[in-house]
Design a protein around this ligand. Structure first.
Ligand SMILES: [Mg+2]
Length: 266
């Protein structure tokens, strides 16, 4: 059972003070940016950008944006010098490292072939759109009639190449390589390879973010969702509360490290 984070600020502050290094692993859509009717319209709101930039500049703080979007897509939207994990962590990039999951990379020819066939079959479905994300593909139906969901599922089942899995998300079905890797594995990889003795704060809104909470049971994990069972220890209701929590965490860290709060965004 998760605890409302904004009712547990003292406990969260105590946890933040336990380590000199903190990695914030933050999902983008539905966590930092409100869900948009079309994914390409999900802009990074200015207040969230200011808070994330401020956090990333605090001493001992590292910020990773961990998204289901293609790495280049989320990086262009956020446009800050941070760590990025795209395609649910299959591709990672930081100031001095880059990683792409080797088995996912090997399977791109099969994916490309499947994309051609899927695009052909969805062409008659109004409001349905395929997004090619390089190592994965997503078929979005947020703007389609409700019955389109079933049609999209059938088309994807028909064209799913071997070695790939289907994942249902919020008005989207994704085709992903069936490799033992997810957002949680990616965050652990970043912690193991880039930082030592780091505490993590992981926050996201979708089912794929549960892998982060399960992989980081001792860390500060926050689910952005009003009603849903979650493995996260804490919960906030929406993107506004998520931002309020990040602002609070930054304030605690700044005060604890004597960094001052002169640049604290409102
Ligand atoms: Mg999300």
């Amino acid at each position: 059972m998760s605890t409302p984070a904004l009712s547990a600020l003292d406990a969260i502050a105590d946890e933040l003070k336990q380590s000199d290094q903190i990695l914030f692993a933050l999902d983008y859509d539905g966590t930092l940016a409100p869900i948009a009717p079309q994914p390409e319209l999900a802009a990074f709101p200015s207040p969230a950008r200011q808070v994330v930039e401020w956090l990333s500049q605090l001493p001992g703080v590292h910020v990773a944006i961990v998204s289901g979007r293609a790495l280049e897509d989320v990086k262009a939207r956020v446009a800050l010098p941070l760590i990025y994990a795209g395609n649910h962590g299959l591709e990672l990039e930081g100031p001095d490292f880059a990683y792409r999951h080797p088995q996912a990379l090997e399977r791109t020819p099969e994916l490309t072939e499947a994309i051609l066939a899927i695009n052909h079959d969805i062409s008659g479905l109004a409001g349905v759109r395929l997004e090619n994300k390089g190592l994965t593909a997503s078929v979005h139906f947020r703007n389609a009639a409700p019955e389109a969901a079933q049609a999209v599922a059938s088309i994807l089942k028909r064209h799913r190449p071997s070695g790939f899995r289907l994942h249902a998300g919020k008005k989207v079905i994704e085709l992903r390589p069936d490799v033992d890797w997810h957002k949680g594995a990616a965050v652990c990889w970043i912690m193991d390879n880039c930082f030592h003795h780091t505490r993590a704060f992981a926050m996201g809104d979708d089912l794929t973010d549960e892998d982060m909470y399960i992989s980081l049971p001792e860390q500060i994990t926050v689910c952005v969702a009003e009603h849903r069972a979650t493995h996260a220890r804490y919960r906030v209701n929406d993107v506004d509360e998520a931002l309020e929590l990040l602002r609070f965490c930054g304030g605690v860290i700044a005060a604890h490290r004597g960094a001052g709060q002169g640049q604290r965004p409102r």
